[in-house]
Ligand binder design. Structure first.
Ligand code: GLY
Length: 304
């Protein structure tokens, strides 16, 4: 399963931008299918799929990341392996084309789970990861989006429900989750965060249990939306706990998680979930969420 963000998306439901999103989601799913068909692991599939989405400027991650209050890019990403709960994450990084790959290196090449800002960049250098220049991230859309957010004196979700007429609705945080034929689960989430966020603000995406979670005994989860809501409800781990403690399958556990998110904090956003048996589910409190899935190796489905 992959997602490309949650929100209103009213202005893209019938035009060629919508087709562009859906094609990107479909191509990413097919890429993941091929990796698994060739014997790749769930972890390899989610890293590759998340990287593809980071490379697509229509999504709010990697090259399409939104801008903070200083007009800068600060990205967050995480990856998790359900085999042993190993995880890697980075927060507040810039000049990196694929933060999810840096997160993977944190997991495999360091004894830590989360590295931030300058320290994460130093680690990227240590691993020989190339820097990309600032202009790699600056699109006219992103600059305009920040201008609008500043005029409104607020931070905005990449697909903000509350600004139905605004162009900024057509961008999305990204995530990928997978189960391989061996039954291993993995999850990855990557984002530029929310528009006009404070310098140093970190969202849910790099926080294990909030924006990302994978445990072979329960499920893989990736979240998208207002990170503050997901951190407060530890939404991804909460969904996993519904499975572990109540034995709920994907659809029921996801519904229970979304009910909890809504009831406790009025949370805005959504999740994609694959359970240990390979069943897929999604849930969101926004009008829409761009996402897609291939369940049990079947047909590829993409949805707004
Ligand atoms: N869910 C992305 C963020 O809040 O940063």
């Amino acid at each position: 399963m992959v997602h490309g963000g949650a929100g209103a998306l009213d202005n893209v439901s019938d035009d060629k931008t919508a087709v562009r999103y859906l094609e990107s989601i479909r191509n990413t799913l097919e890429h993941g299918r091929e990796i698994l068909r060739l014997g790749g692991s769930a972890l390899q599939a989610v890293e590759a799929c998340a990287s593809l989405l980071e490379d697509d400027p229509v999504f709010n991650a990697g090259c399409g990341s939104v801008l903070n209050e200083d007009g800068k890019v600060e990205m967050d990403a995480a990856i998790m392996d359900g085999r042993d709960l190993s995880a890697g994450a980075v927060a507040g990084v810039s000049n990196i084309a694929n933060p999810v790959q840096l997160a993977r290196l944190v997991m495999s090449e360091s004894e830590h789970v989360l590295l931030i800002a300058e320290g994460a960049m130093r680690f990227a250098d240590h691993c020989g990861m190339q820097h990309v220049p600032e202009h790699y991230f600056y699109t006219p859309d992103r600059v305009e989006q920040l201008k609008q957010a500043r005029l409104r004196h607020k931070v905005m979700l990449d697909h903000d429900d509350t600004e139905a007429d605004s162009e900024d609705q057509k961008y999305g945080t990204i995530g990928a989750i997978a189960r391989d034929p061996q039954g291993n689960l993995a999850a990855a989430t990557s984002t530029g965060g929310v528009v006009n966020k404070r310098m140093g603000r970190v969202g849910d995406s790099p926080i294990v249990g909030a924006g990302v979670y994978a445990d072979n005994e329960t499920c893989a989860v990736s979240a998208t939306g207002y990170g503050e809501d997901f951190m407060r409800t530890v939404i991804s781990k909460t969904i996993s706990d519904f499975m572990f403690m109540q034995g709920l399958p994907a659809v029921e556990a996801t519904a229970a998680g979304i009910e909890y998110l809504t009831r406790k904090v009025g949370g805005r956003g959504g999740v994609i979930v694959i359970d240990k048996d390979g069943s897929c589910a999604s849930g969101f409190t926004t009008k829409k969420m761009i996402h897609g899935w291939i369940e049990h190796g079947g047909e590829t489905v993409v949805r707004f």
